[in-house]
Design a protein around this ligand. Sequence first.
Ligand code: G6P
Ligand code: MG
Length: 220
Amino acid sequence: EIRAMIFDLDGVITDTAKYHYEAWKLLADELGLPFDREFNEQLKGIDRIASLEKILSQSPDGGQFVTREQKQEWADRKNANYQLLIERVDESELLPGIMDLFEDLLAAGIPIGLASASRNARTLLQQLKLVSRFDVIVDPSSVAQGKPAPDIFLKAAEELGVAPHYCVGVEDAEAGIQAIKRAGMFAVGVGDADILSTADYIVSETRQLSLERINSHFFK
Ligand code: G6P
Ligand code: MG
């Protein structure tokens, strides 16, 4: 049976994935690099510097001569863009259905973990008044490898004290689904079924997530 549920934040609990996109788009435009929504799919779930490197790989020389200091400066610039965009985020930006799911998990005694790659996650949870809902919030800087590596999901399971095969991971990103599967967990995808095809169960929107339905698919 399901003994823990571990969530991604951006694009699952709140629609901040659109703000990450906008913040990267501003930077890419400044640098004169191509960037669109399709390319952005590859960045979902990927940490800040790795995302920047993917964007720089689109430049004629593949970004191979950019210094570490320069990369840090551009990554900081993107983060400044992002922080301006999320400044006013509050509970009204919770995706429909997520609170009902959290209620059902609480009632069922299933603990909740957060496995977000974002260093802004804790601030966002505070703005969304969700901090106390989580039994565990993994600090992304505490894990060796980002998604698609399983580290952050495994750390969440470990901190929750639940073996991975009793855990469900919920993600909107391809890299995130890969991380969940590599962790040996049941993967629930939220979004486009073509992009998230390796998930064990897929819904198109957060509002379609229900404990009952996830349960009925769990290692069926
Ligand atoms: C999440 C988002 C990514 C973002 C990453 C790091 O995984 O899906 O788009 O790049 O977090 O976020 P941060 O807020 O630390 O730059
Ligand atoms: Mg996400």
